[in-house]
Design a protein around this ligand. Structure first.
Ligand code: ZN
Length: 365
């Protein structure tokens, strides 16, 4: 995701996705084509700015409530379709996920109510809630803030739609998780979200609203990916490294030429290799990526393992869960891990083994 950081508030980077630039151009185009000039255009841009401040505050609702449960927020990304607080992980308990999910929409309720109370104390009536269907009404304060109340109302209800990636989908998942566990809960929430998306698409086709068709397809796809991720995690959580590790891996020596590895590689099976010194200790690894690169550069014959290997090694105990191992491999950026028992090398696990395992077990109960 290409995003540029614009600020850091409460220790959380706020980033803007590049498509947001396109969005600004579109907005400006809209302003000019509606003949907005001078102060009108400023009010208009001010309103768009205020809207996005509301979106960012919504995301801080998620981020700061997650912090209460010890979950860090990697960043908040603003795109034309809204904001996204990327949490480092899901909170452990479903009740915590429920609170984190609902905190965002609640921020919009609070903003809406504050503006409402202030405007009402000025006007002593509800005239500010009547907003026209064009942007002319926002060129004076009561119209501007009146429409902002409606905007927060829409943000609230839109986010409560019970389908991923909306907050409503997470709330539904948290509720189902309390009764059925996370995997089944997520699966049901995703199925419900997909059903909703299909109804949505059908309605959009019926009314010939192409923007709604697009949103419906987006929701349908997102619902699936959410459930897949949780399913993969639960599959990996149940199995230990010793169950899937490869014990008959090749022992490549430092002075072996890469062509030796490549011969093994093209026969299939092994993709990432450990490199040993003459004492039998592992001194490095050559991952598939390196090997392919050496092949493309035509350097297989002339290069030895010693010259080409990476010394970034990851050793773990054979009783580690695959989920934990996968996280460690991602964090360290390695494609292969040394599996040990009492500090003795007993096998290897690499990305292709993990992928195979996931593929075999996906969708199987
Ligand atoms: Zn939200």
């Amino acid at each position: 995701m290409k995003a540029v950081q614009i600020a850091k508030v409460a220790g959380i980077p706020i980033k803007i996705h590049w498509t947001f630039g396109l969005f600004i151009v579109l907005i400006l185009g809209y302003g000019f084509s509606n003949d907005m000039r001078g102060t009108d255009l400023l009010w208009f841009l001010g309103f768009i700015g205020a809207m996005f401040v509301c979106v960012i505050l919504h995301e801080y609702g998620h981020a700061l409530s997650a912090r209460r449960y010890g979950v860090k927020t990697i960043d908040i990304i603003i795109s034309p379709i809204g904001g996204l607080a990327r949490l480092e992980r899901l909170p452990k308990k479903p009740i915590q996920e429920l609170i984190v999910a609902i905190a965002g929409p609640l921020v919009n309720v609070v903003i809406g109510m504050i503006i409402f109370i202030v405007l009402y104390s000025f006007h002593q009536d509800f005239s500010f809630l009547k907003v026209g269907d064009n942007f002319k009404s926002i060129t004076h304060p009561s119209g501007f803030f009146g429409l902002l109340i409606w905007t927060n109302g829409i943000l609230f209800f839109f986010n409560l739609i019970p389908a991923f990636p909306m907050d409503g989908g997470r709330i539904l998942r948290a509720l189902l998780t309390m009764k059925y566990g996370r995997v089944t809960g997520t699966r049901w929430a995703a199925t419900f979200g997909r059903l909703l998306a299909i109804l949505f698409i059908a309605f959009a086709v019926f009314t010939k609203d192409y923007m709604l068709i697009f949103i419906g397809i987006f929701v349908y796809v997102m619902a699936g990916s959410e459930s897949q991720q949780v399913e993969v995690e639960s599959i990996l959580d149940k199995v230990k490294a010793k169950k899937v590790m490869r014990t008959d891996f090749s022992r490549i020596h430092l002075s072996d030429h890469l062509s030796v590895l490549f011969d093994i590689y093209i026969r299939g099976g092994e993709k990432n290799f450990l490199i040993f010194d003459s004492l039998g200790n592992v001194s490095g690894v050559i991952p598939e990526l390196f090997l392919k690169q050496a092949f493309r550069e035509g350097r297989l014959e002339e290069t030895t393992a010693n010259e080409y290997m990476s010394t970034n090694l990851l050793s773990v105990d054979q009783d580690i869960s695959l989920k934990h191992l996968f996280e460690k491999m991602n964090k360290k950026g390695v494609a292969i891990a040394l599996i040990k028992s009492n500090d003795e090398l007993v096998g290897i696990v690499d990305r292709s083994i993990l992928q195979n395992y996931i593929q075999l077990h996906m969708g199987k109960k």
